[in-house]
Design a protein around this ligand. Sequence first.
Ligand code: NAI
Length: 287
Amino acid sequence: MPGLKNRVVVVTGAGGGLGRAYALLLARAGARVVVNDLGGARDGSGEGTAMADQVVAEIEGEGGQAVANYDSVATAEGARAIVGTALDTFGAIHGVVNNAGILRDTAFHKMTDADWEAVQQVHLFGAYHVTRAAWPHFREQGHGRVVMASSTSGLYGNFGQSNYGTAKAALVGLVNTLALEGAKYNILANAIAPMAATRMTEDVAPAELLAKLPAEQVAPIVGYLLTDECTDSGTVVVAGGGQIHRVQLFQSAGVTFPTTPTIDDVAAQWARITDMTGAVPGVNPVG
Ligand code: NAI
């Protein structure tokens, strides 16, 4: 089996849903897992220890190694404590799966600052804080694996999820740069847009669709991205229901104007500018 044995992996939001499936599979593959979960409700309210404890008990019941952590990913202090749990318990940290998440869905014209900020704090700032706390250890040991939980809502948009989709797309932006900065140190950063039946999706998709989307089917791709053998970085995959697809940004052949175009010039060429025939993967021209 590809290398995960004794690797120490933090899975945030692992007290239920996808995170639980990731934690269980990683432990079965021999990884030592920090099962982090704040233990609150889907909208981020409340907290508790039972969710993380339950998953640790399941892993230990199967003979695996895990430790619970109940801190919130949403603050730098919480994230340092999460990474600290890995270091204190297992003496190392080799990977983080930034999976913790909440939902505050509402149409954009009804969006409140509180609902906007709460979602950014958990998804975007949470992934930043936890990865930032682990990063020096990854650099020092010349090994690190980062997996971000993105979403098709961020990649493609979704009605009522402007706050959530923004955070999820931002994580792809973070992965793009972490992949560049981590390359020299064997630190890989990738993003996954999962699709699974969990408490997050229980009332947003039809039951017959959800029945085909068990969380367990997403876990192997996360496991693979954490292995020693994986060499891909900056990759985004959509995974669920037994299917795994890569998603990539492409750039059209476009139009080159010899001099600064007028608005009329742009309008006249718009069809050619936006024609994706012969498009190629986008690269940063100044990178
Ligand atoms: P879930 O609600 O079952 O899991 C999220 C977990 O994160 C919960 O156990 C929750 O207690 C925990 N959490 C929330 N705030 C936290 C915080 N501040 N600190 C630590 N833990 C916290 O939902 P699900 O579906 O398992 O989602 C997992 C990830 O996958 C999320 O990031 C979600 O946005 C993403 N995702 C899920 C999809 C799906 O189809 N289920 C689709 C696209 C993305």
